[in-house]
Structures are given as structure tokens and as C-alpha cells.
Write a protein that binds this ligand. Structure first.
Ligand SMILES: *Cc1c(COP(=O)(O)O)cnc(C)c1O
Length: 416
């Protein structure tokens, strides 16, 4: 029977919020700045761009919106192809559902669950326009190889950095490793802007301008004075009805809908405070991750994800793999942990197997590694900074007990 009460419930928050954030909120609310103004938003964006190492950062209301705007920038047309990783949250590719493009799912590296560059390369055709990848769990994908492949074919790369704020890749940061970076500040992420928020990072000035416009109801707006648009008469007023049932109107001209996805000032102010404690938050995640690894290393049928030299994971997720060939039943292991009071959430069901993508012709067998890892091997443990030492200790004890049980069952089965 599943326990009704977990000793270690899955943490609902990925970040910590305290006096600094309360202070930032009080400052905004007591001031007389417009709550949708831009003073805090611009500071947040500037600091974010500096941290990540991109020329521009444009804040928006969620990671999902960040990805939608990024995909809009790609200007995809009918018949275009996009290569995407299947091992990510559905929002990475969701806007593609509305476009007449073909998605080709690459397979993942069984050691990291990140997009496998060889698999990406094998899917490239003359029609490939973009590659969408994620830094799974916070471990940066093999961006040197992916960018070399993309540059050779003139393909745009979007990195979904929702897990990777605080990660490092050979001295650089996710968000500056490809053409467009997308971040989420949802409550569950490495930092949060009051529960929802996101950021797009780009180097290109024209893209920055388009992002600014798309998020503020201006889309591709161009200001055209009436005199120029209608020719002739220079009107003294912004709008005028003329003889012969004609009129003039000074206004911006748009061709696409755009949206309002402006991050509110209180959220941006909290974002600034959260950025200040990012190092501390990541350090706590890494400390918990290190303790989990110390337990797991004792078991030969467990495989850890290791950080290559020069690469630092922010450990948004702690992920390891069990070996089904050694008789380890992943689902039974997760159930046992739940019985011992540790609630897990496995992330993510491979996207190509979701109904919306199956309806577009995708099928089981398309990404064999991603499928094998999801159904048989991968386990995600919580490592959020909000876990108390007591909760971490309880989780490690339960993990040790469950793996010891599994290994004795395994050796019992192996006996003649
Ligand atoms: C959370 C997340 C998103 C979506 O971000 P929201 O802010 O929740 O809209 C996109 N991609 C990945 C990988 C995520 O984890």
C-alpha cells in the first residue's frame, strides 16, 4: 500500500526564498514605480546576460513562452525539418505542433540522456533548419560537437537551459553556447521569479529587437507616419477623417499577432535577489548530489552520470541508471523507495511517444536508447536545496537499504 505521508515528499520548490526576496518585494511595492514598468526588469536582464555571457537577455512570463518566441525567431516554413531531443519537457518542442514542419527525434547518449551528436548528425538533410536540445538535468550537452555540426550545415541551434542555470561548460555558460538560449524561472527551477518566469538569451541585435517587440504586443511593428503610408497630405493630427471617406492615422504597422509576455516588476526584483544567491543554491544541490553519489558508488549494478573535465552540472535533477541485465527492476526499486517514505518523480517520458507526436507518425523504436533508459534504467532522485539534512539522511538510508535488498535478491537469483 502506498504511504499517505512521505518522510521525503518530492520538493515543490527548486529554490529558496527568504529575507532578501521579501526585502526586494517590499522595495518595489512601497515605491511608486509602475509595476509593469521596466526599471527592475532591465537590471535583471542585464545581470542575467552578464552572468550567462550572452549579449542580450529578454525576460518573459515563462520558459514555455521563451521557447515559443525562440521558435518564432526561426521563421520556419512548410516542409522545413527540425531535429529535437525526445528526452526533455514537452514545452521544448510544443510550438512545433502548430507549424507545418517535420520533427526528427535524435537519440540520446546513454551516459547523460543528452542529445547524441552522432544521432543528430545522421538526421541532417537539406531541409534541416534548426536543432532543439536540452541540457538534461543541468549537465551541459556536448555543445562543441553539436555546434560544429550545425555550423557546417548552416543550422540554428536552440538550447533549452531550463535546468542549466548555474552550470558551466569549459569556462562558458549555457545560454551562450548556441544561437538562442531559453530559461525557466518556474517554482521548480534553479531560481524562481515568484513561481513563473522565463528568459531568452541571444547575441544577435536584430533578434533582440524582435523579441522585445513580440513580447510587448508590437510583433514586427514598424512605425509608419500617415503621410508616408497614405502619401501626400502632411496631417497635423495623429488621425484625421478626410473628404471622400478617406482617413489618415499615424500608427505602427504589424503583420503578426505577437503577445504580451512582459515579466512584472515584482517578479524581476525577486529574480535579481535570486541571482545573487545562485551560487549558494547550486552549491547545496551539488553537496546533496555528492552525498547521493557516495552511496550509489558502492553498488556495481548502478551507473552514475559523471561530469566531464571542465563541465559543471547545476544538478537540477540527480539521475542514475540501474542495470536490468543484473536483475534490477527499476520500477520495483522506485516503489520500494516510496514505501520507505521517499517520493520520486521520473523525468521525462520520451516525447516522441506522447499521443500528439504519435499522431504525427512517431513510434516506439524511433529512439531506442531514450526508450530503454526511460522504461528500464533511469532513476531521478530529488536534490533540491529545500531538502533538510534530515530528509537527505533519510533518503540516503532508504536508498542504501533498497539497493542492498536488490543486490541480495540478485545474488540469490544468480545462485544455482
Ligand atoms: C520547466 C521547463 C520548461 C518550461 O518552463 P515553464 O516556465 O514551466 O513554462 C521547458 N523546458 C524544460 C526542460 C523545463 O524543465
Amino acid at each position: 500500500m502506498p504511504p499517505h505521508h512521505y518522510r521525503v515528499p518530492y520538493p515543490q520548490r527548486g529554490s529558496l526564498l527568504g529575507d532578501e526576496e521579501l526585502g526586494a518585494l517590499a522595495e518595489v511595492l512601497k515605491s511608486d514605480v509602475s509595476l509593469s514598468g521596466g526599471v527592475y526588469r532591465e537590471t535583471f536582464e542585464r545581470r542575467f546576460a552578464e552572468l550567462v555571457g550572452s549579449r542580450h537577455a529578454v525576460s518573459v512570463t515563462s520558459g514555455t513562452v521563451a521557447l515559443a518566441l525562440a521558435i518564432n525567431l526561426l521563421g520556419l516554413r512548410a516542409g522545413d525539418e527540425v531535429i529535437a531531443t525526445p528526452q526533455t519537457y514537452k514545452a521544448t518542442i510544443q510550438p512545433l505542433l502548430d507549424l507545418p514542419v517535420t520533427v526528427r527525434f535524435c537519440d540520446v547518449d546513454p551516459n547523460t540522456l543528452n542529445a547524441d551528436p552522432d544521432s543528430v548528425e545522421a538526421l541532417i538533410t537539406e531541409r534541416t533548419r534548426a536543432i532543439l536540445i536540452v541540457h538534461y538535468g543541468g549537465l551541459p550537452a556536448e555543445m562543441d560537437r553539436i555546434m560544429r555540426i550545425a555550423r557546417a550545415h548552416d543550422i540554428v541551434v536552440v538550447e533549452d537551459c531550463a535546468h542549466a542555470l548555474g552550470s558551466v561548460y569549459h569556462g562558458r555558460r549555457p545560454g551562450s553556447l548556441a544561437d538562442i538560449g531559453c530559461f525557466s524561472f518556474h517554482a521548480s527551477k534553479n531560481i524562481t521569479t515568484l513561481g513563473e518566469g522565463g528568459m531568452v538569451t541571444v547575441d544577435d541585435d536584430a533578434w533582440r529587437e524582435r523579441l522585445d517587440r513580440m513580447r510587448s504586443n508590437e510583433s514586427d511593428a514598424v512605425f509608419v507616419p500617415a503621410a508616408q503610408r497614405f502619401g501626400g497630405s502632411d496631417t497635423a493630427r495623429p488621425w484625421m477623417l478626410h473628404a471622400g471617406n478617406s482617413y489618415t492615422h499615424d500608427c505602427v504597422e504589424i503583420h503578426y499577432s505577437g503577445t504580451n509576455a512582459t515579466l512584472a516588476e515584482p517578479s524581476a526584483a525577486v529574480g535579481i535577489a535570486q541571482l545573487r544567491r545562485l551560487d549558494q543554491l547550486v552549491a547545496r544541490r551539488r553537496e546533496i548530489a555528492g552525498r547521493i553519489s557516495d552511496v550509489l558508488r558502492r553498488y556495481p549494478f548502478v551507473r552514475l552520470i559523471t561530469e566531464p573535465k571542465g563541465v559543471v552540472s547545476a544538478y537540477h535533477l540527480y539521475t542514475f541508471f540501474v542495470d536490468p541485465d543484473a536483475g534490477i527492476d527499476r520500477d520495483a526499486l522506485v516503489e520500494r523507495l516510496a514505501q520507505l517514505g521517499v517520493q520520486l518523480q521520473l523525468r521525462y517520458f520520451p516525447l516522441h511517444l506522447l499521443p500528439e507526436w504519435r499522431a504525427r507518425g512517431h513510434r516506439l523504436g524511433e529512439c531506442p536508447t531514450a526508450e530503454r533508459m526511460w522504461f528500464r534504467q533511469q532513476v531521478n532522485l530529488p536534490c533540491q536545496p529545500s531538502l533538510s539534512d534530515q530528509q537527505v539522511n533519510h533518503m540516503l538510508g532508504a536508498l542504501d537499504a533498497v539497493l542492498t535488498e536488490a543486490s541480495s535478491r540478485d545474488s540469490a537469483m544468480a545462485r544455482p
